[in-house]
Design a protein around this ligand. Sequence first.
Ligand SMILES: *Cc1c(COP(=O)(O)O)cnc(C)c1O
Length: 560
Amino acid sequence: MNENDGFKGALRGESIAYFSMEIGLDERIPTYAGGLGTLAGDTVRSSADLGIPIVAVTLASRMGSFRQELDESGRQIEHPAGWNPSELCDLLPERAMVRVRGRPVAVAAWEHIVKSPTGGAVPVLFLDTDLEENSPEDRGITDVLYGGDDRYRLKQEIVLGIGGMRILDALGFRIRKYHMNEGHSSLLALELLERSGGDPEEVRKRCVFTTHTPVEAGHDQFSYDLVGELLGGKKVEILRRFGGRDGLNMTLFALNLSMYVNGVAKKHRETSRSMFPGYEIHSVTNGVHSYSWTCPSFRKLYDRYLPGWANEPEMLVRVGIIPDEKIVEAHAAVKRELIDYVNGSTGAAMDPEVLTLGFARRSTEYKRPTLLFSDLGRLRRIGSREEIQVVMAGKAHPRDLQGKRLIEEIFGIARALKGDIEVAYLANYDMSLASKIISGVDVWLNTPLRPLEASGTSGMKAAHNGVINFSVLDGWWIEGWIEGVTGWSIGPEPGEDLSPEEGRRRDTADLYSKLEYIITPTFYHRRDDWVRIMNNSIGMLAYYFNSHRMMRRYVTEAYL
Ligand SMILES: *Cc1c(COP(=O)(O)O)cnc(C)c1O
């Protein structure tokens, strides 16, 4: 008997179906674009470890996202980064049919089984319409992740939501609950509604919905003309009842048909509640898969001093029994590896002894990757007293021109700062590069525009490696932050309501003054204090902000 047997017993013989447009399992399967996908991957991995009976459903996205090349001025060049499902998955013989514009489209599933050393396993189904029996146009529906126009996206969502439901039936799964990771899959509720003779209560009992988007514009919306054209007029009537009058809002549709709805951090629950007043919205704060996001040198330490930690990350609370010098050594080893990689791949001249800040995430405006460079004179002065260097990375969505411009801007800034502060922007941020950066820097910087960071997870990955968070108080950090104990905040406290200009001014002022008067001196002169915060990052953050805790919450609050 172990503690997980209870979950198995409680859910015996049935599965939870977890639907997500993107799932980041590893870098060989490039069907993820960012945090939503890596969260889905961590969900699958923790479920496998804990023996939670889940089956995950996503799209094959055969053309992947893309491989990012950056030219010498920081212009993003996008290369196809397709993958071949047959190399990593089994094609299942069953087929499902969906109707798109009255035409049948066949859907197949590639199965990849994620196995845990605990003996647990989670099947992941990659839906694929690239089948001989489909027309050339329909064969491309599952090619490009977040590609194409509204019409293409809606077709993908028909395949994901409706096709996914039907393939689970064809494969003989008995589904107890349907968990929609973001609204992309919410057409599954339409299918359930039709099967239940139009009884929304029956549907609600079966559906769990996790929203990730703290802005109205971030929710998928489709015109009913388009919906009618692709799905037929009869479906429009039903969709209108639950998905909004003027257009089909996938979030609203999922909200109206789910018994359990949650945001991904406590603050995000509040934001979602004010966006959708009248709905009961819970929160389950995100977590990351501890083992996957811990670098080898720290894994070895935890294995030695805290055996069993990987499947019981709560044990990290006892990080204090690991001698400080071991923690320092483990970090120095990964830091050296990262600095070698940075120097080798970009020609930078970074030094492993120098305080290193890291910033890597999707390049998009609200993440404000250039906030650190708001005042170059000030930054230079800080760097001239005690050295700092900065490692950055991130892809911009091919249509996010602003996100691309930000990368070019950083390249310009890096040239301007050359000789004073080394700044390197690494190309092609993916899960494997993320592992290198989040563990190899000293400080993990995060400067999103509040309240747009629903949760954020990269800071949790950093904490697992004793890397210290320095972040705007948004998303998960509000819950993890104790000033000077678990890391440092940037800018106003959560309750303060400021204009955008005032918010930005406060953020930059605080960023620079803490960097100059607290972070740099602590790093160079108060090593004991520094190492204590490294310890606390592990013992007070990683022990809690992991996906094992997150999945236990989903099981007891949403799935049972
Ligand atoms: C963890 C991760 C993210 C999410 O990062 P945030 O800073 O939370 O937005 C995005 N991309 C990759 C490759 C990741 O590993």
